[in-house]
Design a protein around this ligand. Structure first.
Ligand code: PMP
Ligand code: GLN
Length: 389
């Protein structure tokens, strides 16, 4: 049988979580919270089930949830009252951000189209693009600080370029795009008639007073964009697989057509529970940045005496560590060793890169990712072990 994805195996997140389990290691690898979803949501989903909200939801999502998502994005990003989104025309609820990404790529990409992806990149973009018939054009973020060189982006654009994928706050580096980045992106997109897929799943986790530069803040850019987010991240319920996409009506109409034939609709009880949560507990999302900043600081402070170099995390629930002073192993070997022998599971960074020469990559890069969506005790325990190396 001829595989459609011959170069891909099991995702690194699955691989490391299985290894962590097998070796009983502290699992800071796959990104998911160790703590539970709020009680209000747990009660809400049970109530929805008891009340018989157990049949198909409308394909784009239940109206209450669409309305609440509309309120949320309006409150967070669109201050201009004259610019009002219509939740029934601009928003669709999806089975996680994963489905929203899939549908957005299917909506946009025609065979042979090129899509610009920045490396390191979340692992879903490339197979999504490939399976829609497109070709990934990888542009590396600059080595020192994972910034985007917009001159390089301009150089990568050609007459086959259809879209650019951005992800801010960024998995795995924890960097944020600035207003200048968004303006540079907007110039290129408008000049060449491109589209944007903006993965904003960590939108409510930004640190040290920094603001998230959502595409929704930029009306002209939004006119050519799919903005994607996930309730799994914002409400500590990654297993509920509920996300959404916001787009201008002409794109959303096509998005909804394809979404009908991927999942048709998403889990009904979770939609009711999250709609109520958004309405009655808006403070949960407003408090998320402080909540995760405190977690980041617990981990960073506990690692201060170690031989790891701590790279800055401005958002997400991830922190990068450079282990050059600790080991000569490459990052895959190092992550396996760290899990099996030391008892801390992390994610190596090389799987986030598309490169012809992993050897070259390994020569220059010794970096692993830690997820700090964990109890403080877990973070301190992991840091104590790592500080002994
Ligand atoms: N994009 C990024 C950058 C992510 O980290 C994740 C989380 N794994 C997703 C998309 C997928 O989100 P979901 O779990 O809602 O499908
Ligand atoms: N987004 C999660 C991470 O980056 C993983 C999700 C998954 O396992 N697909 O760790």
């Amino acid at each position: 049988f001829q595989s459609k994805l011959p170069h891909l195996g099991t995702s690194i997140f699955t691989e490391m979580s299985i290894l962590a389990h097998e070796y009983k290691a502290i699992n800071l690898s796959q990104g998911f919270p160790e703590f539970d979803t709020p009680d209000f949501l747990k009660e809400g989903i049970q109530q929805a089930i008891s009340e018989g909200k157990n049949q198909y939801a409308p394909s784009p999502g239940i109206p209450d949830l669409l309305t609440q998502i509309g309120e949320l994005v309006q409150r967070c990003y669109i201050r201009d009252e004259a610019r009002r989104l219509d939740p029934m025309k601009n928003i669709a609820v999806t089975t996680g951000a994963t489905e929203a990404l899939w549908v957005a790529f299917q909506t946009l990409i025609r065979p042979g189209d090129e899509v610009i992806v920045f490396d390191p990149a979340y692992d879903a973009y490339e197979p999504d693009i490939q399976l829609s018939g497109g070709v990934c054009r990888h542009v590396a973020m600059t080595a020192a600080d994972y910034a985007i060189d917009w001159q390089q982006v301009r150089a990568a654009v050609n007459d086959k370029t259809r879209a650019i994928v951005i992800n801010s706050p960024h998995n795995p580096t924890g960097t944020l795009l600035s207003q200048e980045d968004m303006e540079a992106l907007q110039d290129i997109v408008l000049e060449h008639g491109l589209y944007v897929i903006s993965d904003e799943v960590y939108e409510h986790m930004t640190f040290d007073g920094r603001r998230h530069e959502s595409v929704l803040r930029y009306p002209d850019l939004f006119e050519r964009s799919f903005v994607i987010s996930s309730f799994g991240k914002s409400f500590h319920c990654t297993g509920w697989k509920l996300g959404y996409c916001v787009a201008p009506e002409y794109l959303m109409t096509e998005f909804k057509k394809i979404h009908q034939y991927v999942t048709f609709s998403s889990f009904t009880p979770a939609q009711y529970a999250i709609a109520k949560m958004l309405e009655s507990h808006p403070q949960h999302i407003d408090a998320l940045s402080d909540f995760y900043q405190q977690k980041r600081d617990v981990l960073v402070n506990a690692l201060k005496g170690s031989r790891f170099k701590i790279l800055p995390s401005q958002g997400t629930y991830f922190l990068l560590l450079d282990y050059s002073a600790v080991s000569d192993l490459n990052d895959l070997e190092f992550s396996h060793w760290l899990t099996k022998e030391i008892g801390v599971a992390t994610i190596p960074l090389s799987p986030f890169y598309q490169t012809d020469s992993l050897e070259e990559y390994h020569k220059d890069n010794k970096v692993v990712r830690l997820c700090f969506a964990k109890h403080d005790e877990t973070l301190i325990k992991a840091a104590e072990v790592l500080s002994g190396l």
